[in-house]
Design a protein around this ligand. Structure first.
Ligand SMILES: O=c1ccn([C@H]2C[C@H](O)[C@@H](COP(=O)(O)OP(=O)(O)OP(=O)(O)O)O2)c(=O)[nH]1
Length: 149
């Protein structure tokens, strides 16, 4: 009997969600995954502080203060491959404007996200550069996500 098979965007999104579970940010956990031109996984990443940096326990108390220090999941992801290597990426949160620009600089042509991110110009940037930017909400694990407040 044939089993239902995940689409490639669903597969990438599930991987992105697993990566998000490693985020140290108590307020927003973002995960991302990159696949190459053969749909092989080349990287997973999540948002966090710079590698090796160990903050004091008080650091996380300042929700707004933390923001400028956070390395976004998509930037951490792009640090793991060279321009042109990734065909598509999935990210649990729509890329912010700066992340979207970076993904374009890396030549990524397909971007899948699950949750809409406030104040992002990603849709406009994607439209101008002819990049696919699509929401994916139905993937393994989507039943287990905690609904937003
Ligand atoms: O494209 C994005 C956008 C955000 N983040 C991460 C960075 C940070 O760890 C967290 C929050 O993002 P931001 O600093 O932009 O704050 P916010 O979403 O406006 O506020 P908050 O999370 O405090 O509600 O999400 C990413 O990894 N990628």
């Amino acid at each position: 009997m044939s089993q239902p098979r995940l689409s490639i965007p669903q597969y990438a999104m599930a991987l992105a969600h697993v990566a998000s579970l490693r985020s140290e940010d108590p307020y927003r956990k973002v995960g991302a995954a990159a696949l190459d031109h053969d749909n092989r996984v080349i990287a997973t990443a999540y948002n966090g502080l710079a590698p090796g940096f160990d903050p004091s326990p008080d650091f996380w108390k300042d929700r707004e203060g933390r923001q400028k220090f956070m390395l976004h999941a998509e930037i951490n992801l792009c640090s793991l491959f060279r321009r042109g290597d990734a065909k598509l990426i999935a990210t649990t949160t729509m890329p912010c404007t700066a992340c979207m620009q970076t993904l374009c600089a890396y030549g990524i042509k397909e971007i899948y996200y699950q949750e809409i991110y406030h104040a992002s110009d990603a849709p406009e940037i994607a439209a101008l550069y002819g990049v696919t930017l699509q929401q994916v909400t139905d993937f393994p694990m989507s039943d287990y996500l905690i609904p937003e407040e």
